[in-house]
Design a protein around this ligand. Sequence first.
Ligand code: SF4
Length: 571
Amino acid sequence: MPRHSDRLVRLAAERRLFAAGPSGPLSVCLVYPNTYPVAMANLGFQAVLRLLAEDARVTCDRAFLPDGPRAGWPRTLRSFEHDRPVRDFDVVAFSLSFETDYIHVLDCLALAGVPLARAERGPDAPLVVAGGPATFLNPEPLAEFVDLFLIGEAEEMLGEFLDGATAEPFSRAAVLARAEDVEGAYRPDRWTPEYDGADDLVGFRHAGGKSRVARRYVADLDRWPTRSEVLSREAVFGDMYLVEASRGCEWGCRFCAAGFMYRPVRYRSPDVLRAGIAPGLDERRTIGLVGAEMASQPGIAALCQEIAMRGGRPSPSSLKADLITPALARALGAAGNRSVTVAPEAGSERMRRVINKNLTEAEILRAAEWLVGGGVDALKLYVMVGLPTETAADVDGIVDLTRKVRARLLDTGRARVGRILVSINPFVPKPWTPFQWEPMEDIPSLRRKLGHLRRALGAIPGVDVETESPREAYLQTLLSRGDRRVATVLARLHARPDAWWPTLKALRGGADGVDPDRFVHRGWRLDALLPWDFVDHAVDKRYLLAERRKAFAELQTPPCDTPTCHTCGAC
Ligand code: SF4
């Protein structure tokens, strides 16, 4: 947390783009469990902030993880706008997009003086609520620390939760009891996991007889424009005005949680996007267009051209290479985009068939040529290692592909061709994907592959390499695929934040009763009950199994056709 004066400086430097409604009796502190610059770059956090701030029944404030090392943190977590102790709020609501922030949830609770374990909270403690994509994929690793999860997209359910939270009488117990009637609300104290002798999860018993918790979603995104609500130069994307264009993705890449958890894919209409962008151009030159895959967005080329014609710079978050058109490439180049991200995800055609990327090498090379020919200086290629069935030839395919992209760029005849950045990430198996049963590859093997790629790619002129650490991927897998027993691991990690890897390493093998390797390196039996199976994402598990079979047979699935298809169950 910044010092008092820093807080006021940050507040004064912010520009709020909506008018908060009158304040009401329910005090809610919306906490982003990471630092202020990271939090203020998050559109989900901003969207919920606006919903709460406009609700006349609520007085809303924000809080963040303090800046810098823990030794310099204040003694108490206080709110951002009104400098009020976070423990004094009625509701402390965490917005969680990334699993690695789970440790910071514990940091924030401890700093606020709120008991970490929900079972130890008395009637005067604030109600601890959590939501956001990380938790609706699998809330279980945090289930011992959170009183209530809101599973799904907040726009649909936050109002219903507030109906119950603002009704009389107000008490933790009464609000929790009323929340049980909200579809998508998950009270972990009402669910009991059951394990067999071998420690496998075999059941999930709900005290009231429920069998699943249905995630909520917004059917018509145009009803809820999601865009930057509070601008801060200090935010990670502080030079951008962000507009969410879509949720989900029609392509069904088998490793990608966003392609399954947000089904069916939904796009905002060009008119609504245009209306959102207009005020953005008054604030920032760069318009960040946010979506899992932006090249499929209806009207994307025209939208980018329009932004460029009005003096702005469109910056789409990620583009599927085969959908990039010359018009889109020219619009991006003409607007001064120095670098564009293309995500082949894998180097070889075979591996891309396994992951259902529906993308050929020829299409990648053509996109590179069009982008650079259109005026884009540099390319970022995003790839993974450790994918299921990967061979040495697939890993070398990343080097081959990069060489070919480089050669194609030189062929464009541009006097100056920018650099290629290859970003390499270890594969993390995610819940609710066809690869949810697969183990994460072991760390020494990933290290060898990454070392080989750093050397081979580093020898190509004009190519830079960045790699994510396999240890970070291990932590991410643990917190994505863990069950409730991971609570003890989280508590240990919270207690020794500067030694998270030695702490995890010491726990491997089950020294403390819970072996993190069970959740990271173990392949699940296909008939196993998975920790997140009680969340209903509308996608049939049999569909995920069928997609897994197709992956191993190297068969691709065409993209979603939402008006006619009912295959996975989401439409
Ligand atoms: S039902 Fe068909 S179109 Fe709809 S999300 Fe599933 S696969 Fe895609």
